[in-house]
Design a protein around this ligand. Structure first.
Ligand SMILES: [Zn+2]
Ligand SMILES: [Zn+2]
Length: 339
């Protein structure tokens, strides 16, 4: 079916405009609700500024993980509140009513529902201009497969800018099904070499930095998202900190909040594997490395991208208590952060 059939007739537009104002108000009010207990409620005047919304906190497979019957996956099937979506971030610019995504996950439809609280509907049955842009970290399944939802069969978006490294942009242009999104103008790859800031307005800019990772189809980046109130480092997926070209300590200078790869808590959850060869930084090691800054109050660290095997997924586990006792936290789906 051609999704273009769903365009609303133009005579509805003035009425739609009145509805939009109400929706804008509702969205502003809703923005105050999304912060979790971890994020204290801010004064009403503060809710209008740019902010980040953590849309997912699990590794590429989500929680529950397909085909897995471990205790955490079983619990996530039983208790929807324990389930987690795949790691992704929303950037909300309320004054211009624009929302951006960092990574397009297999959970994108549900994540757009969360983001819709911050942006009124555009008056069309299918809102093709919902997303003002997407920043991709790399081409692993949890980080870009959601782009398929922008295609002809679903949203059939109009020219959504997709910021990616030159290698990832070329991969999208040259390989189906992504090449069809480009050909139909549903997405527009924007080649963005590392360290080239993209200015979004309202005092917000996004700058990528190369990180070491398994780079089969693309290279991999992290993002620094700077706003009027806060600078946030977003690193969902990387090899261990020791393999970074630029030391993490240097990258963290001037960063207020770091959302860091917490795929694994320790080597214990990988029976039969040599911990020194685990390609991710282990939460236990990251806590040790960054404790002085966190304890001093100069840096806030939230772990994201947790694998289903990670004991820190469980709120009253020894692993969670250990990291929280040192001032670190596991990010929650839906958590808001001022930007
Ligand atoms: Zn599992
Ligand atoms: Zn990856």
């Amino acid at each position: 079916m051609n999704p273009l059939r769903f365009r609303s007739p133009s005579f509805l537009r003035p009425r739609t405009f009145a509805c939009l104002s109400l929706l804008a108000l509702a969205a502003t009010l809703a923005a105050a609700d999304v912060s979790t207990a971890d994020e204290p409620t801010r004064p009403a005047a503060d809710t209008g500024g740019p902010r980040l919304v953590i849309l997912g906190t699990a590794q590429d497979g989500g929680l529950p993980h397909a085909g897995c019957h471990c205790e955490r996956c079983t619990r996530a099937r039983r208790e929807p509140g324990f389930a987690r979506r795949v790691a992704s971030l929303g950037i909300v610019l309320p004054a211009s009513q624009r929302v951006f995504l960092v990574d397009a996950t297999p959970d994108l439809p549900a994540q757009l529902e969360t983001l819709a609280r911050y942006r009124p509907a555009a008056g069309e049955r299918v809102d093709r201009s919902f997303l003002a842009g997407i920043f991709l970290t790399h081409a692993h399944i949890g980080h870009y497969l959601g782009l398929a939802q922008l295609g002809f069969e679903v949203m059939h978006t109009e020219g959504v800018p997709v910021y990616a490294t030159p290698r990832l942009a070329a991969f999208l242009r040259d390989n189906g099904p992504w090449s069809q999104l480009v050909r139909l103008g549903e997405i527009v790859p924007k080649e963005t070499p590392p360290a080239s800031p993209v200015v979004l307005g309202e005092g917000v800019s996004v700058t990528s930095l190369r990180v070491p990772h398994r780079d089969e189809y693309s290279d991999t980046v992290a993002y620094v998202i700077s706003g009027p109130r806060s600078r946030v480092l977003y690193v969902p997926d990387t090899d261990a900190w020791r393999s970074w070209e630029r030391p993490l300590a240097e990258v963290l200078d001037g960063i207020d909040v770091a959302l860091l790869d917490g795929t694994f808590y320790s080597g214990d959850e990988l029976p039969g594997r040599d911990v020194s060869k685990v390609p991710h930084p282990l939460i236990r090691d990251t806590v040790e490395l960054l404790a002085p800054r966190v304890v001093a109050g100069t840096l806030r660290v939230l772990f994201i991208h947790l694998n289903h095997s990670n004991p820190a997924l469980v709120a009253d586990s020894a692993a969670r208590r250990e990291l929280e006792s040192k001032g670190f936290a596991v990010a929650a789906d839906g958590q808001g952060l001022p930007l």
